[in-house]
Design a protein around this ligand. Structure first.
Ligand SMILES: *Cc1c(COP(=O)(O)O)cnc(C)c1O
Length: 374
């Protein structure tokens, strides 16, 4: 049987042809395709200002710089995310302040965010985990009450919506990732959805050498900016992906629903929160009932691999990595994140999958759990 990876991008022929045309055009770095992708994303996000960048990691870093966040500042962020989220806070010289997540939604606990606010807090960086939006009403009420910026790490959430409004179509700064594992890709790449002209101008400077051009085309350098501009080749891939994004996400939702219907094991897995139609199902992430099994997660993953099925881990608890232990974090600080970090597995979910693939995964999981229960 064919190997089923836990994710795989879907690139159509039209996109491949478009990329070939860009490559033959004589202009392959940032140009008309980047502008077209930014325009298309802006339209998709209800007219917001959008800037494309080389990755979401770069985008988050630039967003922090655009907010003037640096040494002495604190940024509150969940302990459950990809390490890019807190790393960029440290890269600008600020301090990531971790809080725990809810066990079912995997999203940041807003009660804990509220308790972690100090006079040094400048921003909240929530993650819409696996494409399930954080409670945006409560999040923005809290930010407003304390005068905080919000930088949404929406790496999982392009096409997600909150109460019918797309993530990135409202709010403060919103960052998307277009890494190949995400719901749409530019190979590597990301984008920022920005609330105003001041933020867009700051991002333009940080994205490209701090260069400002005046009306006559003369340039000045006003700050030591970085270099995070997307290429036209990558942007062309993104335009093709965005055209299919809603169809991709509809398929993801249907595949997730199929998992809920077919994934029954004894002892049971702890399934993720179902959310509503605003969930874009970037990943399907149940927790294994490890305390009732004779195998550990590594062995479970090896057994799945033996059956030709790829399994991911999203994510280990970040506060237990060496870098963050140095800030004083330790075991026991965030029980939900630590339990998720130990027990979570990411089962295959991508738009190119068939419903029969979901059933094959469910059968494999169920067989392994029955075989290894204690
Ligand atoms: C993928 C991801 C990022 C980083 O995205 P890149 O485009 O690879 O830099 C950041 N945060 C989260 C939650 C992610 O999943």
């Amino acid at each position: 049987m064919d190997y089923l990876p836990f994710t795989r991008p879907t690139i159509d022929e039209e996109t491949i042809q478009g990329v070939a045309e860009v490559l033959r055009s004589g202009w392959i770095t940032s140009g008309p395709q980047v502008l077209a992708l930014e325009q298309a994303l802006s339209t998709y996000l209800g007219g917001r200002r959008v800037r494309a960048l080389t990755s979401a990691t770069g985008a988050l870093e630039v967003a922090l710089q655009a907010c003037g966040i640096g040494p002495g500042d604190e940024v509150i962020t969940p302990a459950l995310s990809f390490t890019a989220t807190p790393n960029v806070v440290m890269r600008v010289g600020a301090k990531p302040v971790f809080v725990d997540v809810d066990l079912d939604t995997r999203n940041v606990s807003l009660d804990q965010v509220a308790s972690a606010i100090t006079p040094n807090t400048k921003a909240i960086m929530p993650v819409h985990f696996a494409g399930l939006p954080v409670d945006m009403d409560r999040l923005y009420a809290l930010a407003k009450q304390h005068g905080l910026r919000v930088i949404e790490d929406a790496a999982h959430a392009i096409g997600s919506s909150w109460r019918g409004k797309k993530i990135g179509s409202f709010g403060d700064i919103v960052s998307f990732s277009f890494h190949p594992n995400k719901n749409m890709t530019t190979i590597e790449g990301g984008a920022l959805s920005l609330p105003g002209e001041a933020e867009a101008d700051a991002v333009d400077l940080q994205r490209f050498h701090g260069i400002r051009k005046d009306a006559d085309g003369d340039i000045d350098v006003v700050l030591p900016g970085g270099k995070y501009n997307l290429t036209d080749v990558a942007a062309c891939v993104g335009i093709g992906q965005l055209r299919q994004l809603d169809a991709f996400n509809t398929k993801r939702r249907a595949l997730a629903a199929h998992y809920f219907e077919h994934l029954q094991t004894d002892p049971p897995l702890l399934l993720p929160a179902r959310g509503d139609d605003g969930h874009s199902w970037h990943m399907f992430v149940p927790l294994l009932p490890l305390t009732r099994l004779r195998i550990n997660r590594k062995q479970f993953i090896q057994l799945m691999h033996g059956l030709g099925i790829g399994v991911g881990i999203h994510y280990p608890a970040m506060h237990l990595f060496s870098l963050y232990r140095k800030l004083g974090y330790k075991e026991g600080d965030f029980p939900n994140t630590e339990r998720i970090g130990r027990e979570t597995v990411t089962l295959p979910l991508f738009p190119g999958m068939a419903f029969a693939d979901v059933e094959r995964v469910c059968q494999a999981v169920s067989d392994i759990i029955v075989e290894s229960r204690s």
